[in-house]
Structure formats: structure tokens, C-alpha cells
Design a binder for this molecule. Structure first.
Ligand code: NAP
Length: 258
């Protein structure tokens, strides 16, 4: 069977780069999209020197409103039609909503929600035509409100909800949709997030390759939701039974240092 072409956003580092390594090792043609061209070129060289095909690289800011259109045009010019879409690009910020910069906070919605949704809408026809798949990277943050990272947690709740609903809509139409929900993972994410996140890292930090492999396995098995790691699985399954008042206090203590 021919390996389907894969578009991975946020492939310049972290979980996205490791997903690229896994797909490349399976022989998939790849397109990588993120802002950092140098990092993607170095990954492309690494993949090529390990015997894979050289990926198409598109350097762009996915948070700008016309990014999905620009990305689609750039891929078309390269003759690349995605059959598997990995919506992985995302970021979070730690701090009070009232204290953080508004533009940077709204940027979380532009990237984590708007770009992910717009890319899904843009590429769904080609994915359906090729009997393809979609992997949306959510988070364990999708399962609870997160004072101290309020907009990030809410953005991931959207990703989980949207992915589950779309997977149901696409049932019987040869497209699977999977939400990958990692817990704290050792990547560049924590360099950008700032604030009081040291305590979060104590919650069993996983490595990016283990998370990416769980995402790949779940995607290819057509699973709806993938939570990598035993501790994250237990935590997310207990979450609905914890009173909200207590949960909010605990999360505020962890993420706001109070
Ligand atoms: N690490 C964790 O603890 C954790 C836990 C749960 C979920 N996640 C989720 O996992 C996904 C991947 O994050 P990661 O942990 O691998 O962090 P990361 O190493 O910081 O990777 C984030 C990726 O997103 C890209 N990106 C950020 N802003 C972008 C923009 N405006 N336009 C295009 N690309 C952009 C970055 O590339 P450029 O900077 O080159 O643009 C980078 O490739 C995110 O959705 C994150 O929310 C992470």
C-alpha cells in the first residue's frame, strides 16, 4: 500500500518534529509547516540522510488569518496534496488573563483554534478523496479549566470537542479523526509558556518521541482520543468526578503559585 502524503504543522521542533521522524521512517511523503525555516531545513536534511524523501518545507506564521490559504497555495505549487493532516502547532501562556498581553493571548485562539479549524476545512475534501486521516493535538488540559493558563486550557477543550464531533460526522466516510491529548512533555513549549510552570513539570514529564509514537499508533488505529501515559490516563478519567470548586483551587495553586 502506498504511504499517504502527510502535512504536519508545528514541525520545527518538539512533538511535531518527532511525528515527522515517525512518518518519514514509514515512507510517507511529508510537508512541514512552522515559522522557523532553519529548524525545518535541518530536520529535512536529517530525514533525507536517514534514507527518507526530502520533505516540502513551508515557513509561515499560521496565526495570521490568511495562513491556511497561503499554505494551500504553496503546497499546490509543490504538487503536494495532503491525505493526512496533523494539526500540531500550538502554544500556551502562563499568567493571569488580566495581566498577560491581550494580543499574545488572542494569538492562542488564532493558532490553536482558528488555524486548526481552517486547515481542517481547507483540506477535508482532499483527505476524504484519499481515505485519509486527521490528528489534532489537544492536551490533558482539554479535560479541565486551567486558572493561570485559562485561554490555553479552553482552546484545547475546543480541539477535543471539535475532533470528537468531526470524527462522528465522518464515520462511514473513510476519514478518521483523532485527538491526541498529551500531559506535560519535554519540548520547547515550556520555553514560551513562562510563569509558574515548574510544578506542572513534576506531573510525570514524558518525552516527545513517546508522545508522538502514541499519537501515530492511535491515528493509524483510527482511535478517537489518545491520552499517552498511565498517569495522564488515570488523571483524565478521574477528572469528571472531582468537584469543580476543588479542581479550580488546585489548578490555581499549581499554575499561579497561590
Ligand atoms: N509540551 C507539552 O507539555 C504539551 C502538552 C500537551 C499538549 N501540547 C501541545 O502539543 C503541540 C506541540 O507542542 P510542543 O510541546 O511540541 O511544543 P514546541 O516544541 O514549542 O512546538 C510547537 C510547534 O508549533 C509551532 N508554532 C508555534 N507558533 C506558530 C505559529 N504562529 N505558526 C506556525 N507554527 C507555530 C512551533 O514552530 P515555530 O516556532 O517554528 O513557528 C513548533 O514547531 C501544541 O499544540 C501543544 O499545545 C504540548
Amino acid at each position: 500500500m502506498t504511504a499517504l502524503p502527510v502535512l504536519i504543522t508545528g514541525a520545527s521542533g518538539g512533538i511535531g518534529a518527532d511525528l515527522a521522524r515517525i512518518f518519514a521512517a514509514k515512507g510517507h511523503p511529508l510537508a512541514l509547516a512552522a515559522r522557523n525555516r532553519t529548524a525545518m531545513e535541518s530536520l529535512a536534511n536529517e530525514l533525507e540522510s536517514s534514507g527518507g524523501r526530502k520533505p516540502v518545507i513551508i515557513a509561515l506564521d499560521l496565526a495570521i488569518p490568511d495562513a491556511p490559504g497561503l499554505l494551500a497555495d504553496a503546497l499546490k505549487a509543490e504538487g503536494f496534496e495532503p491525505a493526512i493532516l496533523i494539526n500540531n502547532a500550538g502554544y500556551g501562556l502562563n499568567g493571569r488573563v488580566s495581566a498577560l498581553d491581550s494580543g499574545e493571548q488572542l494569538g492562542i485562539i488564532d493558532l490553536n483554534i482558528r488555524a486548526l479549524t481552517a486547515l481542517t476545512l481547507k483540506f477535508l475534501p482532499s483527505i476524504e478523496k484519499s481515505h485519509g486521516r486527521i490528528l489534532n493535538v489537544a492536551s490533558t488540559a482539554a479535560f479541565l479549566p486551567g486558572p493561570g493558563m485559562a485561554i490555553y486550557y479552553a482552546s484545547k477543550a475546543y480541539v477535543l470537542s471539535f475532533s470528537q464531533a468531526l470524527s462522528q460526522e465522518m464515520e462511514g466516510r473513510n476519514v478518521t479523526v483523532t485527538a491526541l491529548c498529551p500531559g506535560p512533555t519535554a519540548t520547547g513549549f515550556f520555553d514560551r509558556v513562562g510563569g509558574h510552570t515548574a510544578k506542572l513539570k513534576k506531573f510525570g514529564m514524558m518525552d516527545a518521541m513517546t508522545v508522538a509514537q502514541a499519537g501515530y499508533d492511535g491515528l493509524m488505529a483510527g482511535r478517537r482520543v489518545v491520552v499517552p501515559g498511565m498517569m495522564n490516563k488515570v488523571m483524565t478519567s478521574l477528572m469528571p468526578f472531582v468537584p469543580r470548586k476543588l479542581l479550580l483551587r488546585v489548578m490555581a495553586r499549581i499554575q499561579m503559585g497561590k
